[in-house]
Design a binder for this molecule. Sequence first.
Ligand code: HSE
Length: 425
Amino acid sequence: MSLPSALLPSTEPLRVGLIGFGCVGQGLYNLLERLPAPGFTVARIAVRNPQKARSLPPERFEFRADALIEDDSLDLLVEVIDDPVEAFRFVGLALRRGRRVVTANKAMVARHLPALLRQQADYGGTLLYEAAVCGSIPIIRTLDTYFATEPLTAVSGIFNGSSNYVLTQMRARGTAYAEALAEAQARGFAETDPTLDMAAFDPRAKAVILAAHAFGLIPNPADVLALGIESIAPIDLKQAALAGHKIKIVARLLTLPDGGISVLVAPQRVAPDSPLFAVEDEFNAVLVEGTFAGPHALRGRGAGSFPTASAVLADLNALRAGFRYAYAKLDPHQALATDLALEVVVRSYARQRPPTVEFLGEPYAEIVEGYRFQTGYVAYTTLHRLCDDLRADGVFVVGTGAIQLLPDDETDPQLSGARAAVRFQ
Ligand code: HSE
């Protein structure tokens, strides 16, 4: 039987200009080498540092990325450097030349998505960034295309491999925080500045990107609550374990009953019946809840050279096929909803003054092994305002998963009661 020629793989490999040869760039190069017919060839590679020892002969590298962007004999460009400022310059330059570009830089995409959309609309280029969110999990295209018209009620999950690796090692093996983090760095999971992982800025950027595709909202990353695990101590894991829970950094994008969309990233106590409970080490997971489609769970490696490179390759194939994101739900008038309160456990040292966290109502307080635990509801905006101070004071905050809506009109007790009664688990 002969197949129509359109279904047969093209024999002509497309020429790729690769900007950056770190963990992901090298992974892409090696991955293409291993495939019998990858359909792409890395024609030119630009890197920043001429002194650095690399796995390929020096003549394979050049040091002016702009030259690749200007080279029209290259079919596709891949930007995988870790400096978001330079990355935005390169990608902007390429899009203004109408080029087809793949990036893995989540901080850059989250910070500049409106500008990147304008540049594509004005100059006809295309930008894809599946590798920017959750490594090899195909979540952006799933949200953008498959769920383009499905009203989603929630998207949540574990969006950072390094912190999940650290939490797993601390809990399962008793590894010290610093040692577990060093391992995450050695395995190529962590960012060059691991604060981005541990303070949850990296999963926050990913949550912002998913908000655009899932709900049409592009929040300013700085407005989104991000609580990390830099202050975590073994006692926090132990207290969670008493109830059979694990601690994970969980990102949550929620549709509120009034239609508002809230986005937050925070450590959370996760119960065994959650699909996130068994997601360990550098694995990530994304849970998608659709009004009509129901619940879904996607799980995969969220960090690492080959899984991330595999997502870049998927984007190269998508570009070859003429794909571009639809952003079908984009609504420039939508604002981030912050009229929520989270139930949290605030852990500090008993010998210190209690942290000045304004709980809504009297928190439940207990002292365990020289630590103070205070449990109660705290407004989203309060946590957002205090998160730097809490970090600086070594105070650890972990959510129970429960969220309440704040009354939007204190003078209307009926409305207040209705809103406050809504709980998200
Ligand atoms: N540092 C990131 C992580 C890499 O640990 O998830 C993948 O985005």
